[in-house]
Write a protein that binds this ligand. Structure first.
Ligand SMILES: [Zn+2]
Length: 415
């Protein structure tokens, strides 16, 4: 239904003899907001959601305008999806075909399912497996009529300071739908990256500077706070925006985190910022400010960036992929900050740290290896730019002897 040779509007519709199951229904957030292929809500038996990111969840409320459909996901994903879609409606309400009412109906129709538990619905059995991507994230394993189908959603098999790695101890997988975001990229070793990041932050702060870390509010912000704490960063750490709200949700779901004790201590050590008086005060103080938006597209990070960028002893550390066309990408490539309709020359240092929440090339090949052991008959490669998806198709065929292809949006495949 989407995410074929593109990153965004993830969705797959699975027909079995007695029912239709929709896996994710996300939006594409580039220049305008785009949706997956049309599907009539009355044709959908149930929806299973992998994780809270809008490119997987953001279009679901549109299906609730005239109907209620059962949704299944983890408790944590349901809570984070509420925060993200509510914010999405607030920011782009006028452009969306749904409102808070539809979001509420969606949440009321949602049942929580724990990782590893199997639920039978009509002629299909559904199991959620940890995806290691963001807190609450899951892969979906479906079994019907003796055929096993795996949908990885977004997946990370590397342990982070925040969450445990993806579960690749799969049952029989006859077919797999697999993401390919970083199929051509090797990520830096996480521990080394953490060390470099902390040392550099320390250097800037000890030189009297402020470090701004624009970070996505769900997962990345909290991970950065944990990384700094774990690596003994001795100076003030401030956490702002949605990061703070999400932080509280995670507090109530500590069992879903890799190290609940570390999380508790790290969050206690950080100062929460939620008002303009404090923002204006801390922006010129030595310390690290962690704040959304991760690509500097709105959020308190925009305010901080305007001030922080003008002082040479300060620094801006980008910690996630910067989509072309965003202020973050412009800053990274041209050292120019686009803020409040102006273009500012940047005096502060700008650095990029690859704290990815997706598998890199090596890790994706690890997943292919697991699938080849299970004699998987075919892999459908999605959620990647065309070149990345193609690279994973080639690797599956040549290195692992697996049949693979990039599916087409709107086409039906008989398994
Ligand atoms: Zn995601």
């Amino acid at each position: 239904m989407g995410a074929a040779s593109e990153v965004g509007r993830s969705s797959v519709l699975v027909h079995t003899e007695r029912t239709k199951t929709l896996l994710d229904f996300g939006v594409m957030l580039d220049h305008d907001i785009r949706f997956p292929s049309y599907v009539s809500p009355k044709d959908i038996g149930q929806i299973v959601l992998t994780h809270a990111h809008l490119d997987h969840s953001g279009a679901i409320p549109v299906l609730f305008i005239h109907k209620e459909i059962p949704v299944m996901t983890t408790k944590l994903t349901a809570e984070l999806t509420d925060v993200l879609i509510a914010d999405f409606i607030k920011v782009s309400g006028y452009y969306l075909p749904f409102e808070t009412l539809e979001l509420d109906r969606m949440l009321q129709s949602t049942t929580h399912c724990s990782l590893g538990r199997t639920v039978a619905l009509q002629d299909i059995e559904i199991t959620l497996l940890n995806a290691g991507h963001i807190p609450g994230s899951a892969q979906i394993y479906l079994k019907s009529g003796g055929t096993g189908l795996l949908y990885t959603g977004d997946i990370n098999t590397t342990q982070t300071r925040l969450i445990r790695p993806a579960d690749t101890n799969y049952p029989d997988v006859d077919y797999a739908i697999m993401e390919s975001t970083y199929a051509t990229v090797e990520h830096t070793d996480r521990k080394l990256l953490e060390k470099q990041f902390t040392e550099k932050a320390r250097e800037v702060v000890e030189g009297g500077g402020t470090v701004l870390v624009p970070a996505f509010g769900v997962g990345r912000s909290q991970e950065i706070v944990c990384v700094l704490y774990k690596n003994g960063f001795p100076h003030p750490i401030y956490i702002d925006g949605m990061a703070e709200r999400v932080g509280k949700i995670l507090y109530e779901n500590l069992d879903q985190l890799a190290d609940s004790e570390l999380y508790r201590k790290a969050m206690k050590n950080a100062h929460r910022i939620d008002n303009w008086k404090e923002r204006k005060k801390i922006v010129s103080k030595p310390g690290v400010i962690v704040s959304p938006a991760g690509m500097l597209k709105g959020g308190p990070a925009s305010f901080y960036s305007e001030k922080v960028s003008q002082v040479p002893r300060n620094a801006i550390f980008l910690v996630s992929f910067q989509i072309p066309g965003t202020p973050g990408r412009l800053l990274l490539e041209k050292n120019i900050l686009a803020v409040r309709g102006r273009l500012l020359k940047v005096s502060a240092q700008v650095e990029n740290y690859d704290f990815s929440s997706h598998c890199g090339k090596k890790e994706l090949h690890g997943v292919l290896k697991e699938l080849s052991r299970r004699s998987t008959r075919k892999i459908f490669v999605v959620h990647g730019e065309h070149d990345s998806s193609l690279a994973l198709v080639e690797a599956a065929k040549q290195e692992f002897g697996l049949d693979a292809e990039i599916p087409e949006v709107g086409r039906e495949y008989v398994l």
